[in-house]
Design a binder for this molecule. Structure first.
Ligand code: IVH
Length: 723
């Protein structure tokens, strides 16, 4: 690869990996499979090794993924509101190098044997538990501290929550050292996971994607009593060598088990690659019968003196490696291929499949990513294909079964022109994707940008793909600013719109004018500017005028902003049509400043944990923002610590029952609004209050004022255009 192309790809990979690391560790809602993530990380490692001139200490290859919340501009106040204090780790909490290939395990063993020539040593083979890491400190046999991994240097103090996990002893017995640390994983067994998701669905809350996310989300609950009911378990697998004086890892864990700590019984000491392979083969199938999730095997040099001799890289020990299992697969028929054009113009091939059951869901569509990927797979319509699904939303095709191929099957022809507007597609050298360059005229791109603008994480306006399509077809909206010009009269002239749905839409449009600058910036859809980057940029510059005149050098001062992003931002503001768009949006009253100022509207709800249930005049997400803006905390389920249940229409029956049992008051939206100071509606982004306010129902997909059937599917496909 040429130097310039490598530079661009390196930056792209860093951005993708950072964004997905945040989704994985902070949001507990990954959009990419672990396998895909690991492959991109390996690609970045290879490129950085080949082009050391682009090395950066900030690269995700050198950093441990962080579970700490919003590092950008976070201050003590917002931290306190999240409820966890961050504390330093005594010894950094590192990650593990990983591979999916047995030959790399062979190389690891060969390397260890070479470095430790003439030394007798063994390997501790263990399960790789798929939960969330924890670091426990015991002093005089008592549990005194529990920290999450955080960024590896400091973690969230979750001691009180960890005290509610039954398998973690508060008091040890036997000959434990005066003070030591021990690390391991908090897991949610499948049974507890299924029960939790059933309960969440009954209470109209979004289910967790997998047990790992559920464990991690549960560990960060505000209310320790709630943690006690989540069925979490713990397994410990690492005693930092500095912390105790044992000769080997196995001895340290055996001792920990004697002191009463939960240590995995599935460990085995192996002496050569053959024994290691046996262990891997056994657990590759046996793990399916375990009551909790595992995603691989960890192989560690057992003797601590040998570990010391091998040492560490910045991110992981050289004395250990993880062999990861591939995600579950299903085999099904490829019926046809669609080519979808995203808001950036990227064309993504999407496979329509004969429906097949995979990891508990019925899969009908899968992404093929790009033309290169299609060529690599050598795929044909009618082929039997392997579909895989990790923690992400859209499954992908990972291979084909050549035995099933029809003799006359022809390779698909990737379109040379945009499937929507017919413009010839283009491809930049460093890009894997083909693009439709007709930014201003391609209907899919125009609609895609509108859809992004209204999406929940952006402006949270009540419009889905069908609404956007209607607006576009009727000539009512081509740009975000057009949305604010739509009148009720115009809405009522559209098919299916009535007084109520028009009011709901206009109300949400009005409320969007209070959306903070950082989200408005994200909503503009500047290429490569995801949620995190938008936050960083908004907080750095404070307002749009300063940002619009910023140079690339100034943008590069921001952590995590590389040249690709800096150039993209500058290019965006250089275009007169974008400046005009911003001027129009500003005239409509959208917020283009005030980033970084923590807006505490009042302290009316200070010290109160409030649980919400049912539908309100605004989305539940915004209702939670409102609680926080008034100093309260939004709890996820009812417990003794709940101040009151804020109930909209159709509250969850389970929650109501629990309130009755615990004597917790149930408060209506109207009563709730009465608790807030008069000034509230405008400052907190609420349009109206009281009974005359049009109500909308928030379905799990999103609240749509219009005919059912609209979804966020475009948003999800759009995310794929990054790759
Ligand atoms: S040892 C210094 N052993 O995997 C190395 N980690 O991807 C300390 N994990 O951060 C880690 N099972 O959260 C170790 N048997 C095991 C493990 C394990 C799961 C997790 C751990 C680690 C991550 C690395």
């Amino acid at each position: 690869m040429e130097e310039q192309a490598a530079k661009i790809r390196i930056e792209q990979l860093r951005e993708i990996l950072r964004e997905n690391s945040r989704r994985y560790y902070v949001d507990n809602a990954p959009t990419m499979s672990d396998y895909e993530f690991d492959q991109l990380m390996h690609e970045l490692e290879r490129l950085e090794a080949e082009f050391p001139q682009f090395d950066s200490p900030d690269s995700p290859t050198r950093r441990v993924g962080s579970d700490l919340e919003a590092p950008v501009g976070a201050n003590a106040e917002s931290q306190a509101r999240q409820g966890f204090v961050q504390r330093p780790h005594r010894y950094p909490m590192l990650s593990l190098g990983n591979t999916y290939s047995i030959s790399e395990i062979e190389e690891f063993v060969a390397r260890a044997e070479k470095t430790l020539e003439n030394v007798r040593f063994s390997y501790s083979c263990e399960l790789k538990f798929d939960g969330t890491a924890i670091c426990l400190t015991y002093r005089n046999g008592k549990l005194v501290q529990a920290l999450t991994r955080g960024d590896g240097i400091q973690g969230d103090d979750v001691t009180e929550n960890v005290r509610r996990i039954a398998s973690i002893p508060q008091q040890l017995h036997g000959d434990f050292p005066e003070e030591f640390e021990i690390r391991g994983e908090i897991l949610m067994p499948y049974e507890a996971f299924d029960a939790l998701n059933r309960e969440r669905e009954a209470q109209e809350e979004a289910p967790f994607a997998n047990p790992r996310n559920a464990a991690s989300g549960s560990l960060k609950l505000i209310d320790p009593e709630e943690v006690a009911h989540r069925g979490l378990i713990c397994t410990l697998y690492h005693v930092p060598a500095e912390s105790v004086s044992f000769a080997s890892h196995a001895e340290a864990l055996d001792a920990a088990a004697r002191w009463g700590l939960p240590v995995s019984a599935e460990r085995r000491l192996c002496h050569d690659i053959a024994e290691i392979k046996d262990y891997i083969d056994h657990w590759d199938s046996a793990r399916k019968f375990l009551p909790y999730a595992t995603d691989g095997i960890v192989i560690k040099i057992n003797e601590l003196a040998c570990q010391r001799a091998l040492g560490y890289t910045a991110k992981s020990p050289r004395w250990a490696v993880a062999y990861k299992f591939k995600a579950e697969q299903a085999l099904t028929e490829l019926l046809s291929i669609n080519y979808q054009v995203g808001r950036t113009g990227a064309v993504t091939p999407v496979a329509n499949l004969s429906p097949v059951q995979l990891s508990g869901t019925l899969v009908k569509r899968a992404t093929l990513n790009n033309a290169d990927q299609m060529a690599l797979l050598d795929i044909r319509v009618g082929d039997w294909v392997y579909v895989e699904k990790g923690g992400e939303i859209i499954p992908k095709i990972t291979g084909i079964d050549p035995a099933h191929r029809a003799k006359d099957a022809q390779p698909p022809v990737f379109p040379s022109v945009c499937p929507d507007c017919g413009t010839p597609l283009v491809k930049a050298e460093a890009e894997a994707k083909w693009f439709c360059p007709n930014q201003d005229g391609c209907p899919m791109q125009i609609k895609g940008r509108l859809l992004h603008f209204v999406s929940r994480k952006a402006m949270d306006i009540l419009a889905g793909d069908m609404t956007v399509d209607q607006f576009y077809t009727a000539g009512l909206a081509r740009t975000p600013a057009d949305l604010y010009d739509i009148s009720k009269y115009q809405l009522l002239s559209l098919e299916g719109w009535q007084d109520k749905s028009a009011d709901r839409f206009l109300t949400s449009l009005e409320a969007s004018k209070q959306v903070p600058f950082e989200r408005v910036l994200f909503a503009l859809g500047i290429r490569y500017v995801g949620e995190t980057t938008a936050k960083g940029i908004a907080r750095h510059f404070g307002d749009i005028d300063t940002l619009a005149t910023a140079t690339q050098e100034q943008l590069l001062e921001i952590d995590d902003v590389g040249e690709v992003i800096a150039r993209s931002v500058c290019d965006y503001f250089a275009k007169p049509e974008h400046r005009e768009q911003i001027a129009r949006l500003r005239a409509h009253g959208l917020r283009f400043d005030g980033a970084g100022q923590d807006v505490a509207v009042s302290e009316a709800l200070a010290g109160k944990t409030i649980v919400i249930s049912g539908n309100f005049s605004i989305s539940r997400e915004r209702m939670k923002d409102l609680i926080v803006a008034h100093g309260g905390k939004a709890g996820s389920s009812v417990s003794g610590a709940t101040a009151f249940l804020l109930a909209g229409t159709k509250p969850g029956p389970e929650k109501l029952k629990k309130c009755e049992k615990l004597g917790i008051p149930v408060v209506s939206e109207e009563e709730f609004r009465a608790m807030l100071p008069e000034t509230d509606p405008a400052s907190a982004g609420l349009p109206l209050s009281g009974e005359d306010n049009p109500r909308f129902a928030e379905t799990p997909s999103r609240g749509n004022p219009l005919p059912a059937g609209e979804s966020d599917s475009k948003e999800t496909i759009e995310e794929l255009t990054l790759f």
